[in-house]
Design a protein around this ligand. Structure first.
Ligand SMILES: Cc1ncc(COP(=O)(O)O)c(C=O)c1O
Length: 393
């Protein structure tokens, strides 16, 4: 049994939750005070002393991002690259593969819309074939179907662990087992998982992983990360290079870095990098197991209450579900509901088709409203949300 979660402290350290109910954590969470203050403080130092000068004297604090991310994912700091988004991180990894015509990529139906565009781009440009793995009846990826698709043509397996617009948690570790035994690289989109669930790259068996700062990690916008397994770093040449990713030896010779920083650019938001490190430390301080237990409890309560409202249908799939709660109501379209709730100082979001297009096309449900909960949300907020919802309907 876990000790009681100190939600009073969590809320005391979250200025934003005093004035609204924030159920849009899958969009961007409210950052806690230490993260926000680290960001503002660093920007203030840049204002007063100059960007290069501050960077020079805060190298240890800036480098903390790499050690924090490595602790979060159970890997080495050399396997981490800083990125400005999950999309950039995913693309950087994906476009580093030297695909040939006829190569196959196996992907789950939960794949994020932006990843789908990049996949289609490589279909068009390189002549690769993307095979969408079947889902089980529960909606999660069908592991047997995945196994049956493995052959010599398969050069990459992609999975989105937690879809953007569905409360399901895909069995990422089972996919990792298949990828490992077949010796096929495995690219995991853990964008909605980081900060919400414990994610261990060894347990998951992924070789590449992308994440973003602003969602359940509670970091600033414009930050993200890429993990690349050490054994793969040397095999993958980034699609674009610069003089941070590679050292210039002479005017006609460069040497690629041997760590994951070969996937980075030099210029970045240093304040963002610093604050993302603080956000990761902050999440680790709460403990990912404790965080995920609280999120699951709260979202379970919300799903149950929604199921008891006339005309409301919850739409989350999967065997295991997380803090993303999706539903639709017969009485009002999702977009109007979201707008009406916003007028009542309750933040939610709708689920666009681009969130997880393959799965949405398979399921053909009406547009969904997404209420995504974090550990700083409360049962009282859920009560208020449900009361407002009932009145609106
Ligand atoms: C599953 C998933 N992957 C990737 C992304 C893209 O993240 P970013 O906006 O940081 O590029 C999102 C954003 O919603 C997402 O939900």
């Amino acid at each position: 049994m876990m000790p009681a979660f100190d939600v009073t402290r969590a809320r005391r350290e979250t200025r934003g939750c005093e004035q609204l109910i924030h159920f849009n954590n899958a969009g961007a969470s409210l950052p806690p005070i230490p993260v926000a203050d680290a960001l503002y403080g660093y920007l203030h130092e840049e204002e007063m002393y100059g960007g290069y000068e501050v960077m020079a004297r805060r190298t240890v604090d800036l480098d903390n991002f790499y050690t924090a991310a490595a602790r979060l994912l159970n890997c080495s700091p050399e396997e981490i690259a800083f990125s400005d988004s999950a999309t950039r991180a995913w693309n950087t990894a994906f476009y580093a593969f030297d695909f040939q015509p006829g190569d196959r990529i196996l992907a789950g139906s939960a794949e994020y819309g932006s990843n789908l565009v990049a996949l289609l781009h490589q279909v068009k440009r390189q002549g690769v074939e993307v095979i969408w793995v079947a889902d089980e009846a529960s909606g999660q990826i069908d592991i047997k179907a995945l196994e049956n698709l493995i052959d010599d043509r398969v050069k990459l397996i992609c999975l989105t662990q937690v879809p953007s617009g569905d409360g399901m948690i895909n069995p990422a570790a089972l996919v990792g087992k298949v990828a490992k035994s077949a010796g096929i690289p495995y690219l995991l989109d853990a964008c909605q998982a980081l900060g919400q669930l414990p994610v261990d790259v060894d347990q998951t068996g992924c070789d590449l992983l992308c994440g973003t700062g602003r969602k359940f990690l509670r970091g600033p916008r414009g930050t993200g990360l890429l993990y690349v397994r050490k054994a793969l770093i040397e095999q993958l040449e980034p699609n674009q290079l610069n003089h941070h990713a590679a050292e210039l030896i002479s005017t006609d010779h460069y040497q690629l870095r041997m760590d994951a920083k070969r996937f980075e650019s030099w210029e970045r938001s240093c304040a963002g990098q610093l604050a993302l490190g603080v956000a990761i430390d902050y999440a680790l301080d709460w403990g990912l197991a404790a965080i995920s237990e609280r999120i699951m409890r709260l979202s379970g309560i919300l799903r149950q209450k929604l199921a008891n409202i006339d005309g409301v249908t919850t739409a989350d799939q999967g065997v295991e579900q997380c803090g993303i709660v999706t539903f639709f109501a017969e009485q009002l379209p999702a977009e109007q509901l979201q707008q009406q709730l916003a007028l009542r100082h309750i933040n939610t979001s709708t689920v666009p088709f681009s969130a997880n297009p393959i799965s949405s096309a398979r399921r053909r449900h009406p547009p969904l409203l997404r209420a995504s909960l974090h550990y700083y949300n409360t049962t009282q907020e859920i009560e208020r949300f449900v009361t407002e919802l009932k009145q609106l309907l």
